[in-house]
Design a protein around this ligand. Structure first.
Ligand code: HEM
Length: 379
């Protein structure tokens, strides 16, 4: 009994240490490089979110039928400043039209499952990709599940941010008005014409080779094509609409179930999706406002708790890390204040900030007439 208690305390301590080290590394990098760790390449817009009129989920004090909030959404292409790279895309939803303060924020990525699923795998992902630039073959080789997750979550040349689905992957909690506890997962999907397959979802060969992330050599579109497409959808009276949905699962009373892990999806045949709210976006925000908008998983009512981990192998440990990501956001904003806002990045790939990973000596797209001997970043 005593030994068990000591063991549990040591595991907790190990997790705290990993969270602390990761937080310091990510916070310092965000300050020095003036960027969002993973989702720097994005677009922000605003609109409204409205809970459905006839909920099929249990009665809830926050998600009451017909309740409405102003909202902001931020879509991003992960890691690379090039929308034509084969990579994961994100959707961050804030239940307020505000740069930060909000009653509820939720962060989602493409893919039913992702590249990591607890603090241990996230640590390895960070350390192994850090050492080899963003080229993460060694990590994929160590964890075959991450090869599956990378294939499931990466998108190649999607038509629009409005034609993909975005998932929380990790579990959150939902306490209904009677006090019943559920684990839950959220997703954001296009309101119509979506039959379960995202624009840009990978065919089998690309799923198995999802580290080959560069654009195709004949790519003609701008590095910013997805953001430009989203802005053009919102011009005039244009809107982009989504369904925000939830899956709910009651855990057994006597132990933590294995299905809380982000390694596996919850099949909808077993755990159906319930419509939670409709999100209607109608106005793109300017660059400065977009850069100053940030999100925090700490924003949630008490009836939507965020479970945290007890060890680095506990699936909820990913949430422990994600909550600490707030310090990186603060550091990034402080760096804007002290050193000014970073420049918008250009449309051309013939610019020194374009990253070719894996190595690709000739960037796709038209070569500018005034191109001097180029110095492309290789990491
Ligand atoms: C399933 C796992 C995860 C998902 C779905 C996810 C999703 C996201 C999304 C959508 C964003 C963009 C936020 C924005 O638009 O500003 C983001 C940013 C970020 N995430 Fe994650 N994330 C995950 C795991 C993690 C982990 C393990 C960490 C570890 C600390 C982390 C740290 C961060 C940081 C530091 C930012 C940038 C914050 C800022 O500068 O404002 N994320 N994440």
């Amino acid at each position: 009994m005593f030994i068990n208690k000591v063991h549990a305390a040591l595991l907790r301590l190990q997790l705290r240490l990993v969270v602390a080290i990761m937080t310091v590394i990510i916070t310092m990098t965000s300050f020095v490089k003036q960027r969002r760790m993973s989702h720097e390449n994005g677009i922000t817009a605003k609109g409204r979110v409205r809970v459905v009129d006839n909920p099929t989920f249990p009665e809830h004090d926050f998600f009451q039928a017909g309740r409405e909030w102003p909202c902001r959404i931020r879509h991003a292409t992960v890691l690379f400043k090039d929308d034509a790279k084969m990579t994961v895309r994100g959707a961050s939803l804030k239940f307020a039209d505000d740069r930060f303060e909000s009653p509820f924020d939720m962060l989602m990525n493409t893919g039913r499952v992702g590249l990591f699923w607890n603090a241990r795998t996230f640590w390895d992902f960070g350390m192994m990709t850090g050492k080899h630039g963003k080229f993460f073959v060694k990590y994929l080789a160590k964890y075959p599940q991450s090869l599956y997750g990378g294939g499931d979550s990466s998108r190649r040349n999607p038509v629009s941010f409005g034609e993909m689905s975005f998932h929380t992957q990790t579990c959150y909690a939902f306490v209904d008005t009677s006090g019943e506890f559920y684990y839950c997962r959220y997703r954001l999907i296009p309101i119509d014409d979506w039959e379960g397959t995202d624009s840009g979802a990978l065919p089998e060969w690309w799923r198995d080779h999802n580290w080959l992330q560069n654009p195709f050599p004949d790519e003609e579109r701008s590095r910013n094509y997805l953001k430009d497409e989203y802005i053009s959808r919102l011009e005039g009276d244009g809107t982009v609409e989504y369904r925000f949905q939830i899956q709910l699962r009651k855990p057994p009373h006597d132990h933590e179930p294995k299905w809380v892990t982000a390694e596996y999806e919850w099949f909808e045949e077993v755990t159906p999706w319930h419509d939670l709210a409709v999100v209607t976006i109608d106005e793109a925000l300017d660059y400065t406002e977009a850069m100053l908008t940030w999100f925090d998983l700490g924003f949630h009512p008490p009836s939507l708790p965020v479970p945290t981990g007890k060890s680095i192998d506990d699936p909820h440990s990913l949430n422990s890390l994600r909550q600490a990501g707030k310090w990186a956001g603060k550091a990034r904003l402080l760096s804007y204040k002290l050193r000014g806002m970073p420049e918008k990045f250009p449309d051309t790939r013939w610019s020194p900030d374009w990253e070719q990973i894996p190595p690709m000596p000739i960037p796709p797209g038209p070569r500018p007439a005034d191109d001097n001997p180029r110095q492309i970043q290789t990491q």
